[in-house]
Every structure is written in structure tokens, then in C-alpha cells.
Design a protein around this ligand. Structure first.
Ligand SMILES: [Zn+2]
Length: 410
């Protein structure tokens, strides 16, 4: 076997099943990989990266399994110029996860989750999601010819729901939060033998490994330099904790000698992880937030299911935690579009919006290399994007009217 599943509580090795669990009753598990020597040598030098699956020896699938792929991963890392200047920082990068096939980093998770479902003989997958993960899962299930059951919170924007339905998923809108959806998915999956691919490590350990590849890609794209800061949005906490794990894997293999620092960013109207960090709560003591008041719905998880992992990652990486209000987030979304030509979703804008206060507070220094994980593309939430623009004038089709209108806009 090219990997082992280890219990974080008691250290026992756990049988690598579709839904592994430790007999000690603890649910926090970790995967340790044993990649071939030639692959590690390539990784440290010049690995030709074509997709996330270029890192297959570091993903939890059988080496002979054909991946279910739509070309996810190998997303652009853009060094900003106008944005960096505006924010008073020398090297600011955006990792454009919106360039994935369905427009978010969740495609990485879905690719691994659906590949595992097929490897383990499942005919159907299931997922609870506020939109992005379900869009990914439904697309990859369609690609693999599997049924897909999706439970979303009622009020999920239509821009997110339409592609899920179009991919042929069976969709239920639940009057409750994404955590309520997840509880229902667990019960239904047990009853109907679906494989849950909900993007939380305790729901599906394997898909949670996928965003580690973002760390591997960053390391290659930065010519094997280690950034000073990585700033990521937090909903469930899986993205941040998985990227952190990717860097720790590189450290474990002896390929790097230090870790980047991390910033976890949540919306002020739903910030259970930030509250727990600021209060000094233990990782297992995170309390649920209650009904979210943020409009950034894709990260409005009242209880971050990977929050304990994210808190541990912050500690190991010397990380910090901040919350950002919606107005600042939407302003950052408009800035990225106007100053750099990059259209990001509100959840990504939340991470970008954290730069300004952190630079002002002297926590990020102007010459420190900083990477924003832009988790998804702006098309994911057109209602919010539409609220950021002025309605374009309508003119009659004559030259005088055109000149008058242009004069107004100059
Ligand atoms: Zn155990």
C-alpha cells in the first residue's frame, strides 16, 4: 500500500476502508504516504505538472486506479502588480482556483472523492454543500456515470444550484444550515449505501487530502521557494488545513526546511473558528456560531467540521486568525476585478481583504511574500457581483446621444 491511515488520538494504524474509523472511537485520522524514491526525486527537482494527478503517488487512491478527472489542478499563480502596489506589499500572488473545471478548488476534492467511490464499487455519491462542492461533485459524478445526491441549504443562490441540477444530480433544498444538510446526508447514505463526499475530513477522509496538491503546486510555481504567508478563506476549515498538511508533507519528506505562516479568514457574520482562536479554546472545544448573518454564503458554516484540524494547523504554522466584514470583502472583490482583471468570488475576496488590515497592523511586512488562495471564480455569485456595479446607461442609436453619454463617463 502506498499510504497508511493513522489515528491522531492513539497512533494506531487504521484499515484503509471507504469510511475508515479507529476502534478507539476518535474520528481524527491522518494519512501518511510512502511515495517511490524516483517520485520524491522528481518532486524536488523538475516535476512536469499537467493536472492535480501529476501528484498521484501523494493521493489516497490505488496506483492502478484510473482517476475520474476533468483536468483539475495546475491552476495559475498570478503575481499581482496594481493590487500589490495599492496594498503596499512587494510580492502578492493570487492562486486562481477559479480556473478549475467548475470554477472552484472543490473540483480537486470531487476528483479524489469520485475516483475513490468508483474504486470502492459505489453506484452513488452524496454531498451536503452550500453550492461549490456540490457543483463539483455533480460534475464528476456525471463524468463517472454515478448517481449524485445533493442536499443544499434553502437560500443557496440560483447561480450555484443550476449547474448542479444540469449535471443530473438529485437535489434537495433543506430548511437549515449546511451542518443540518450534512446530518441528513449521513442518515440517507447509511440507508441507501451512498458514499458521502461532503468536504469535511470526518465525512470523507480521502477527498480532504486533495487540496494538499495546492501546496505542492505553489512550491513548484514559486521555484521551490516557501512563501512567508498563505491566506485562505475558512468555511469548514478543510481548505486551510489541507494546504497546511501539504506543506508539512514536504517537510516530512525532507524537501523543505521550514513552513509558511498561515492566515485563516472568516466572515464576521459567521466566524466560529476565529472566535475560538481569539478565546484560546482548545481545537476540540470550538462552539457552533448560530444562524450566520454574512452574505458570503459559501463559507457560512456555523460549525467548521474541519475546525480542529485548522486550529492545529494554525498553531504548527505560527498562524493568525482574522474576521472580515462583508463590505470589506465586496470592496476587495471589486478591487481585484478593477485593478488586476481578476474576477473572484466573495469567499476569495474575504482572504484578499485581510491583507490591508494585516499590513497596517505590521503583522505582514511589506517585503514578505504573500499568497492569497482565491478559492473560486466570481461567476459563482452573480447577485453580489451585480450589486457592486452601476447600471450601464441605455442610449438611442444616434451619434449625438452617444457623444453625450461618453462625455458623462469620461
Ligand atoms: Zn485511535
Amino acid at each position: 500500500m502506498s499510504y497508511r491511515v493513522i489515528c491522531l488520538a492513539c497512533g494506531s494504524e487504521v484499515t484503509a476502508s471507504p469510511r475508515p474509523h479507529c476502534s478507539c472511537g476518535h474520528s481524527q485520522l491522518e494519512i501518511k504516504y510512502n511515495p517511490p524514491e524516483y517520485f520524491l526525486a522528481q518532486l524536488g527537482k523538475k516535476l512536469e505538472v499537467k493536472s492535480m494527478w501529476s501528484y498521484a503517488p501523494l493521493l489516497p487512491v490505488h496506483p492502478n486506479t484510473e482517476p475520474v478527472t476533468l483536468g483539475e489542478g495546475d491552476t495559475p499563480l498570478i503575481r499581482t502588480s496594481n493590487l500589490a502596489k495599492h496594498l503596499g506589499i512587494r510580492e502578492l500572488y493570487l492562486k486562481l482556483e477559479g480556473a478549475n473545471p467548475t470554477g472552484s478548488f472543490k473540483d480537486r476534492c470531487a476528483s479524489v472523492g469520485v475516483t475513490r467511490a468508483r474504486q470502492d464499487g459505489y453506484k452513488a455519491i452524496s454531498i451536503a454543500s452550500a453550492g461549490n462542492a456540490a457543483a463539483s461533485a455533480s460534475a464528476y459524478a456525471a463524468r463517472a456515470g454515478l448517481d449524485c445526491w445533493v442536499f443544499v441549504p434553502k437560500g443557496t443562490p440560483p447561480d450555484r444550484i443550476v449547474p448542479i441540477a444540469l449535471h443530473g444530480a438529485k437535489l434537495l433544498q433543506v430548511e437549515g444550515s449546511v451542518n443540518d444538510c450534512s446530518d441528513l446526508v449521513d442518515v440517507a447514505s447509511e440507508r441507501f449505501t451512498w458514499l458521502p463526499v461532503t468536504t469535511a475530513s470526518i465525512k470523507n477522509l480521502y477527498q480532504a487530502e486533495a487540496p494538499r496538491t495546492i501546496a505542492f503546486e505553489l512550491w513548484h510555481q514559486l521555484d521551490h521557494r516557501i512563501p512567508d504567508w498563505i491566506i485562505a478563506p475558512v468555511g469548514g476549515g478543510g481548505l486551510l488545513s489541507s494546504i497546511a498538511q501539504g506543506w508539512r508533507d514536504l517537510l516530512y519528506f525532507g524537501l523543505i526546511d521550514r513552513l509558511p505562516r498561515l492566515v485563516a479568514v472568516q466572515a464576521e457574520g459567521c466566524a466560529p473558528l476565529i472566535r475560538a482562536v481569539l478565546k484560546g479554546t482548545t481545537p476540540d472545544g470550538i462552539e457552533s456560531w448560530g444562524p450566520p448573518t454574512t452574505r458570503v454564503t459559501s463559507i457560512a458554516d456555523p460549525f467548521p467540521m474541519d475546525g480542529a484540524r485548522a486550529m492545529r494547523a494554525l498553531k504548527e504554522h505560527g498562524g493568525i486568525a482574522v474576521s472580515i466584514d462583508d463590505v470589506m470583502a465586496f470592496s476587495a472583490e471589486a478591487q481585484a476585478a478593477r485593478l488586476e482583471g481578476i474576477f473572484i468570488e466573495p469567499a476569495s475576496a474575504i482572504a484578499l481583504a485581510a491583507v490591508e488590515p494585516l499590513v497596517a497592523q505590521g503583522k505582514i511586512l511589506p517585503d514578505e511574500q504573500t499568497v492569497i488562495i482565491a478559492s473560486g471564480v466570481g461567476f459563482k455569485d452573480m447577485q453580489i457581483a451585480a450589486s457592486l456595479i452601476n447600471e450601464p446607461p441605455i442610449i438611442s442609436s444616434d451619434v449625438d446621444a452617444m457623444f453625450a453619454a461618453v462625455e458623462q463617463l469620461i
